[in-house]
Design a protein around this ligand. Structure first.
Ligand code: ADP
Ligand code: MG
Length: 309
């Protein structure tokens, strides 16, 4: 299976009802292929099933049905090899408060059976910027430091694939920048990165490929560039010299009046051009003070795909 870091076929997860919580079909047959060496973004609203999918990859949640292949290893037939290929930075901060970073990394390496001579504890402490704090109790670390420690723990067994579940949700800009620097550096060294986020600009900037998941189903998977070109809508924003009613426009063009009497004309670039709009505006005798265009962004694609249901 040259070229693919992860292959997922027909993945389903139904959480069983327990106590007061009802059962939940969190994944409804997901197919997903993640190329080796990519930075892959898994996007979706809250409750879409992102963490469920990631926790199945990590071996933390047991799937109901489907086939998961990690680094060429079938998760059911070769659970150990498939687990060894992946490192996961979880969404939740689940650190033992009495473990200093060095001890936490050493213990994690032990759990993965990394022999002492092959441990990279100092290198990882350096990478996550916790060399100074190596012996401080986790409970004395700031939230940002704890997150970095979680990243470090995901790296102890030198996995080929690193998975980050909402790594930047609620973190400050400095930490976010640092995390992305680390991610880029690890990716440049050949590590495949999978991340979930609901910051769309972030996915747009970081990921070469994106899957959008909604209600337990993948509604789109494509390169970021293709996803963005999917919507060929463009908006021409015109500020008239004096307040005026919107002029008549060609069929299919949507006009919206914004604050300050600014008019926004949204059209499909495959059907109309900016010239068509400008002509309609001039014909109506309008004088233009200012004009600019707006391009559809990932948010538009995302809303378009997740609106239904
Ligand atoms: P996301 O990470 O995209 O926000 P999750 O995978 O956490 O979504 O959740 C998907 C759905 O499964 C949600 O409706 C959530 O409430 C439900 N769910 C998640 N974990 C459990 C669980 N342990 N038991 C029951 N339902 C769960
Ligand atoms: Mg989640």
């Amino acid at each position: 299976m040259a070229g693919n870091a992860i292959e997922i076929e027909g993945l389903r997860k139904t959480y069983r009802a327990s106590g007061r919580s009802p059962g939940k079909e969190a994944l409804k047959g997901v197919d997903l292929t993640i190329r080796e060496g990519s930075i892959f973004g898994l996007l979706g609203p809250n409750g879409a099933g992102k963490s469920t999918l990631i926790n199945i990859l990590a071996g933390l949640v047991v799937k109901t049905a489907g086939k998961v292949t990690i680094w060429g290893f079938d998760q059911d037939r070769n659970p150990r090899q498939s687990r060894a290929a992946i490192g996961v930075m979880p969404q939740e901060l689940n650190l033992d408060p009495f473990f200093p970073p060095r001890a936490a990394l050493e213990t994690q390496a032990g759990l993965y059976g990394v022999p002492k001579a092959q441990r990279r504890t100092d290198e990882i402490l350096e990478l996550i910027g916790l060399t100074d704090k190596a012996e401080s109790y986790a409970r004395s670390l700031s939230g940002g430091m704890r997150r970095r420690l979680l990243l470090g723990k995901a790296l102890v067994h030198s996995p080929q694939i690193l998975v980050l579940d909402e790594p930047t949700a609620g973190v400050d800009i400095e930490l976010r920048t640092m995390l992305w620097q680390n991610v880029r550096r690890l990716n440049a060294r050949g590590m495949t990165i999978i991340l979930t986020t609901h910051y769309l600009e972030e996915a747009e900037e970081m990921c070469d490929e994106i899957a959008i998941i909604n209600h337990g189903q993948v509604v789109a998977q494509d390169t970021t560039a293709n996803l963005l070109s999917r919507l060929d809508a463009k908006t021409l924003v015109i500020e008239p010299m004096e307040a005026t009613h919107p002029p008549p426009v060609p069929e299919g063009v949507i006009v919206e009046t914004r604050a300050g009497g600014v008019l926004a004309f949204t059209y499909r670039t495959s059907v109309h051009s900016a010239e068509d709009i400008l002509e309609a505006v001039r014909r109506a005798g309008m004088h233009i003070r200012d004009v600019k265009t707006e391009q559809a962004d990932l948010e538009d694609v995302f809303l378009d795909l997740t609106r239904a249901g």
